[in-house]
Every structure is written in C-alpha cells, then in structure tokens.
Write a protein that binds this ligand. Structure first.
Ligand code: 13P
Length: 252
C-alpha cells in the first residue's frame, strides 16, 4: 500500500539556527503523537547535517529542495546528489515550479537530476503543476502528463516505483488560493491513471501523490480525505511547528 506523506518545503527561509530550532520543535511535538503519515522536512542544503542530527530518524525524514544535474566536478556553487545523501538526507524535491520558472530547469535537466538522486539512494519528490493560464485554458491535464512523461517515463518500473509525485498548481502556491478537494482529486486520479498506462496498476496504486499549494490545517483534512490524495507538500504552513503539526494530524 502507498504511504501518506506530509513534507515541509522550507524554500529559502530560516537561518541555520532558526531551522534547527524549528526542526527540534517539530520533533518534540511529534513525541507521543500517533501519525497516519510519514513526515519529511525539506530544508536548505546548509541545514541538512544539523537537521538530520536534531531529529529522530524514526519519525522524520530529512530532504533537500534540489540537487545538481551533474555527478561532480567544476560546477561552482552546485550541490550533488551524492553530497546530499552523505548528510543523511533521504529525500530530494525535484522540479519545483519555482526551480522551473526562476532557474530554467527543463524536463531534460530534471530527468538527469532524477537519475542521479535515485543512483544515490534519495527518494525524489517530483513536482508537477500548471500555471493559471493553462488551467483556464483547460490544458492542465496535458501539461501535467507531459511533465511526468518527459522527465520520468524513461525510468525502469523498479526505479519509477521509488518516486513520490507532488501535484502543485502554480496558481495555488503561496497565494492563499487552494485547489478545491474535488479539483485535487480529479487531477490526482488522472496522474495515477497516466502512471498506470505506462507502468501498470500495481505501481500506480503504490505511488504516493501529494498535493501542494496553500495547504493549511483548515483545509488539509478535506483534501487528504480524497482517495487519490496521499498527503501534502507544504510551504508557508511548514514554517511554524503548530500549523505543520495541524496538517500532519489532519488525516481522518
Ligand atoms: P505554499 O504552501 O506556501 O503555498 O507552498 C506550496 C509549495 O510550493 C510547496 O512546495
């Protein structure tokens, strides 16, 4: 059976000290609390080592927000998947819409990143999602299918089975405007169907598909209750322990 996951994406927020304090607060808050999901904290690169040390690995998986598309060498300022893995991190967010839009990450670049992440034992949380104009033109299904096919469908079934997908409509990120639970369910079911057509029902049924975009304690329960929504990728609401805990405990 697929896992429920709630992952916080801290983006470019928190100093090292603030980040460690937040991780410790979440770690404390989880003590004695039974959860129906795996919990992931995806932090800036430089926080990884300290956050891995600060949390109980049995309760919290640590992840990064990006990694390089090259193995190693003369790529000043880049951080490789092997470096990320060497910190004890287990996950890496790839293809976030902010990386695609601001840092020009193409489907081809993301394909290479996914391969390197998997080769280093990291679980990619692969983000897809349409911009507002695409949604309004009813192109969101085509956009999302293309993002998945172009970067992931050259993987073997064995490797694809290690991927977590996050559907994040760009118009809902940081805007306070969430997709409705029905909109999320509709496109999550479509994503699962797209996976089933390529890799078969068993792999599709076992793939965790997370929703992201202005998810908060007040709307997480309704969204997570949908059959094809397996948790969330959380931005703003992951930066406070109480709101992040409110989302973690939102599963029925
Ligand atoms: P918000 O939750 O702040 O809308 O961000 C969502 C997101 O981009 C998570 O990756």
């Amino acid at each position: 059976m697929r896992k429920n996951i709630v992952a916080g994406n801290w983006k470019m927020n928190t100093t090292l000290q603030e980040g460690v304090a937040l991780a410790k607060e979440i770690n404390e808050a989880l003590k004695g609390v039974e959860t129906k999901c795996d919990v992931v904290l995806a932090t800036p690169f430089i926080h990884l080592v300290s956050v891995v040390e600060a949390v109980d690995a049995a309760r919290i998986g640590v992840g990064d927000e990006n990694c390089a598309d090259k193995v190693e060498g003369a790529y000043t300022g880049e951080v490789s998947a092997a470096m990320v893995a060497s910190t004890g991190a287990k996950y890496v967010i790839l293809g976030h819409s902010e990386r695609r839009a601001y840092y020009h990450e193409t489907a081809e670049i993301l394909k290479d990143k996914v391969v390197l992440a998997l080769a280093n034992g990291l679980t990619p949380i692969f983000c897809v999602g349409e911009v507002l104009e695409e949604r309004e033109a009813e192109k969101h299904f085509d956009v999302v299918a293309a993002q998945i096919k172009e970067s992931l469908f050259d993987l073997t079934a064995e490797d694809f089975a290690k991927i977590v997908i996050a559907y994040e409509p760009v118009w809902a990120i940081g805007t306070g405007k969430t997709a409705t639970a029905d909109q999320a369910q509709e496109i999550h079911a479509f994503i699962r169907q797209t996976i089933a057509e390529k890799y078969g029902n068993e792999i599709a049924e076992n793939t965790s598909i997370l929703y992201g975009g202005s998810c908060k304690p007040s709307n997480a329960g309704e969204i997570f209750a949908k059959p094809d929504v397996d948790g969330g990728l959380i931005g703003g609401a992951a930066l406070k322990a109480d709101s992040f805990m409110g989302i973690i405990t939102a599963f029925e």
